[in-house]
Design a binder for this molecule. Sequence first.
Ligand code: ATP
Length: 381
Amino acid sequence: MEKKKLIELKSVTKSFDGEAVLRSIDLDIHDSEFVTLLGPSGCGKTTTLRIIGGFESPDSGDVFFGGERINDIPPHKRHVNTVFQRYALFPHLNVFENIAFGLRVKKPDCPKPSKEEIVERVTEMLTLVNLRGFERRNISTLSGGQQQRVAIARALINKPKVLLLDEPLGALDLKLRKDMQRELKSIQKRTGITFIYVTHDQEEALTMSDVVVVMADGKIQQIGTPVDIYNEPENAFVADFIGESNIIDGVMEKDYTVRFSGHTFNCLDAGFDPREPVDVVIRPEDVDIVPLERAMLTGKVTSITFKGDYYEIITDVYGFKWMIETSDAVEDGATVGLHIEPDAIHVMKKSEYSGRYGDYSTYSEEAEHLSDVEEEEVTAE
Ligand code: ATP
């Protein structure tokens, strides 16, 4: 079933001190979605969130909520609440009063809730965030994770349509962060409230979100499900930012045939110009180590790191470093055969990000030349 569009940003721009921070953002957010804005520091995630919350105004462009233009609607009149990284709880109020505060503060026009109603709603929220029994506890006696849960309960008690979360788990240690990620996802599912979540942590974004919005340099690079973003990155920036990638200079010979590292490979991509230079992205876990007689390429192992359930291997392929993840044990210094299936090869158009990203890549004028020279040595399949 098609989800209802809740928020629309249309051609939104924003500059601070003459520096463009958002460069024409178009974004649709649907009802009951968990949407994550993901990107490196300074890319404009928080500014986008603040524009949705009404704390900043766009320089140009429009913001719609349920089809209504809300550019001029102040934050407290939007159906939106915010949870910040710093919890902003009242230290002199206990857990109960902190959560109840959310009910009193947000709707000045509504009749004052009765005492019974407040108790009922606060209890419901305490159950939701797993803090029953903590009602009378002093805020200062709570752990960081518990304080963040109080902040979430306070933000949800007046049933906003949208909850904005700006790096809310940033201050927590890794273990607690993981627990809270699960909990936040479960709270979002149970309440059906749209969550818009800002993070620079790609793993967090992939684990929790229905939709990931990848941003860089004030622009949206890709919008998609976590699986789409991971498996079908649209450019070298997304490929590199979402997990490790080998990003290799290639040439599209014709539809479904791409050439890189001195070998011609079958792939699943089409629609490029003949001989068009392209970026080829290959995930480390998609390169198979095979006996030399079956190899499409060969590489010399230059480093091996044991990662628990796999080895991370750096191999030198024609002078360029490839990262490979494998459960096969190989020896440092060994020459290994590499095999890549067509569906592991992701061909993408060259973009402004080509060459700027990718620790494991073969960006060089020499790359094609070098690999052509050595081609004779490569055992093709
Ligand atoms: P981070 O993950 O570091 O919070 P971000 O992607 O959320 O980054 P923003 O907070 O949106 O990025 O900031 C984008 C750019 O705009 C940054 O260079 C920041 O310094 C600048 N900026 C944000 N708010 C203001 C402001 N009120 N005045 C001046 N510059 C600002």
